[in-house]
Write a protein that binds this ligand. Structure first.
Ligand code: NDP
Length: 279
């Protein structure tokens, strides 16, 4: 039976270290501060606020309604770029369709780009230069390293190629000397390719998409998916992986919830700290 990787405990332990470093830079007069720009009505901010409070990072939430236009957000980004007290700026995705997300992302000063999404920071990752790396891929790599001391030469297969998860994760794994295969909705023979993976990461957004036939005996499986499904008349959050089905074949697997999710928030805090320290 697969070991269940306890992302929540691992994230809490990682945050203990962040808290110590935050306390230390505060003694030098630096107070890490994150600005979150939100227009999606999503409720996941409560978790970010809770963790930020626990590590001593200040968060300013700029909440817009669905009528917001790109110019209003662009003006706010310009103000925050110029504000020396703000170290990180997070523009939440799932914005209204009228808002030009990529254009706005690139208005964020790359030294405040806490999500690592500007073209400059993505380019730095892809060319192996130091920069800010997206939080979820960093969290995924951290979880993988709790199972494998050395991942050099292992075959890592990533399902999904978004610029927030799949692509940067594939690059991180490549930088860690894995052999990497990146799959997407046009890929053929998914189960067969996945069955060759020592490490399989799924970020497709399809509930229970990954079943036993995708898994090599002894593989490590990381489930990034957060999908709402209705079961027994109730809304439930499930991953991309059918855990019950896969657990008898895999060596280790992350649950949903309490797998990758807490690590994403922990690495958001890590990135704020990094930017506040003028990395
Ligand atoms: P996107 O919709 O941006 O990307 C999904 C990717 O999956 C695309 O590359 C798409 O391929 C690929 N895909 C879709 N269907 C298939 C298929 N049938 N076979 C193979 N590949 C497929 O999503 P995100 O990357 O933003 O998020 C993915 C999931 O991860 C979501 O459930 C999201 O909620 C979750 N998530 C969780 C986080 C966490 O902290 N745990 C953080 C961020 C996201 P193509 O490019 O060809 O369209």
């Amino acid at each position: 039976m697969a070991k269940i990787i306890d992302g929540l405990s691992i994230a809490n332990e990682f945050c203990d270290g962040i808290r110590i470093r935050v306390d230390e830079i505060k003694t030098r007069g630096v107070y890490p501060r994150l600005a979150v720009i939100n227009a999606s009505g999503e409720n996941s901010l409560s978790n970010i606020l809770k963790v930020a409070t626990s590590v001593g990072i200040e968060v300013d939430v700029y909440q817009f309604d669905k009528q917001v236009n790109s110019d209003e957000i662009a003006n706010l980004i310009a103000q925050l770029n110029a504000d020396s007290k703000t170290h990180g700026i997070s523009l939440r995705s799932h914005l209204p369709k009228s808002v030009r997300f990529r254009e706005l992302i690139n208005l964020i000063d790359s030294d405040k780009d806490v999500e690592g999404l500007t073209t400059l920071n993505q380019g730095r990752l892809f060319s192996g230069e130091p920069g800010v790396v997206p939080c979820t891929p960093l969290g995924v790599l951290h979880l993988i390293r709790t199972v494998h001391e050395d991942i050099s030469g292992l075959h890592a297969v990533v399902l999904g190629r978004s610029s927030i998860v799949g692509r940067p994760l594939a690059q991180l794994l490549l930088n860690s000397n894995c052999t990497v295969t990146l799959l997407h909705s046009y890929s053929h023979d998914l189960p067969e390719i996945c069955r060759d993976a020592d490490i399989l990461v799924s970020a497709t957004g399809h509930p229970h998409f990954v079943t036993e036939e995708f898994i090599k005996e002894g593989a490590t499986v990381i489930d990034v998916g957060i999908n709402k499904v209705e079961e027994d008349g109730k809304i439930k959050i499930v991953g991309d992986v059918d855990l019950d089905n896969v657990a008898s074949v895999a060596k280790a697997i992350t649950p949903v919830p309490n797998g990758v999710g807490p690590m994403t928030v922990a690495y958001l805090m890590h990135n704020v700290l990094k930017l506040a320290c003028c990395y």
